[in-house]
Design a protein around this ligand. Structure first.
Ligand code: GLU
Length: 309
């Protein structure tokens, strides 16, 4: 079913777009710096296959941290929650996504949650497979199934650009290796992690993945339970408690839906039992969330009473 462009959404997009001026495109991964800060697009995907959108929804972007919630789902299926939570915690940090500080002061020394970089690196480390290619392919197949789009791949230029500059992530890996939380070659893990973060799609794909999370891991269109209900529940809970970096508390109060953002400006939302949302707006606020994307979600949440609280 084709996605319908919606005049109602278009009005909200134009209002939210005015906020983009106060944000800045991420450039610590040099290739991300090429994004146009004024871009803003949204797609909403319903369980009956209807889709509504506004903005340039065909435009592709990389998942960056949005990928963390999907790799978590895969690893929970691969290893089970008990094993996963022996290696990564369940608590929000209140610190920036790439902070190393809490690792040193938390005992036992394991990452506080899977949505910060240290925790996400541990999660990526747990993806099963013999080679980087095989592990990436398993993650891609899982994503392709949720998005119902077999062509989803990763952006090599962005992966390479991050691989060259991921010194802080390497430092996190070495710290975790010292504390026996990782036992993988750091360059190999950074290779897989940067490719995972560079997985590329458009808002429609992202909204469809959000819809699968919203529907408790079931794809109502194929009838397949893609992930167990419990895995979807754990992922959505993390999206609420730490999906929007150290702005998750404010996001829960103002918007109130499970969501995960990334430094590319992507946001995936999952409105429980109702629909999935995919947003792309690359101008970021101070905490690393899309400023116009957040404003758009705030308008949507107020207009359509989406808050789950
Ligand atoms: N690849 C990015 C990093 O690890 C993801 C960060 C993000 O989107 O928050 O720095």
């Amino acid at each position: 079913m084709a996605c319908q462009s919606s005049d109602e959404l278009k009005v909200l997009v134009e209002e939210a777009r005015t906020c983009a001026k106060s944000g800045k495109v991420a450039d610590y991964i040099p290739a991300l710096g090429k994004a146009n800060p004024d871009d803003l697009s949204i797609a909403i995907y319903y369980p009956d296959g209807r889709c509504v959108s506004a903005g340039d929804v065909e435009k592709k972007f990389t998942l960056q941290s949005v990928s963390k919630v999907i790799s978590l789902a895969l690893v929970l299926m691969d290893r089970g929650p008990d094993y996963v939570f022996e290696h990564v915690g369940m608590e929000p940090t209140g610190e920036p996504f790439n902070s190393i500080g809490k690792l040193e002061t938390t005992a036992p020394s394991k990452p506080l949650n899977p949505m910060i970089n240290s925790g996400a690196l541990v999660v990526t480390h747990m993806i099963k497979g013999d080679t980087v290619e095989e592990r990436l392919q398993r993650l891609l197949s899982f994503i392709q199934e949720m998005a119902s789009h077999t062509k989803i791949g990763y952006n090599e230029e962005i992966a390479r650009s991050e691989f060259k500059t991921a010194h802080l992530n390497r430092a996190l890996c070495y710290f975790l290796k010292q504390h026996n939380i990782l036992d993988e070659d750091v360059e190999q893990l950074i290779d897989l992690y940067t490719k995972q973060c560079a997985i590329e799609m458009n808002c429609l794909d992202l909204a469809r993945i959000g819809m699968v999370f919203a529907m408790d891991g079931r794809d109502p269109l194929s009838g397949k339970q893609i992930m167990p209900v419990d895995v979807a529940r754990i992922c959505k809970t993390f999206m609420v408690t730490c999906g929007m970096y150290n702005e998750s508390g404010e996001f829960a109060i103002k918007i109130g839906i499970p969501a995960k953002s990334g430094v590319s400006g992507g946001i995936m939302g999952a409105v429980p039992g109702r629909f999935g949302i995919g947003i792309f707006g690359p101008a970021l606020g101070e905490k690393g969330n899309s400023v116009a994307g957040m404003r758009l979600l705030e308008l949507l949440s107020k207009n359509y009473q989406l808050s789950m609280f």
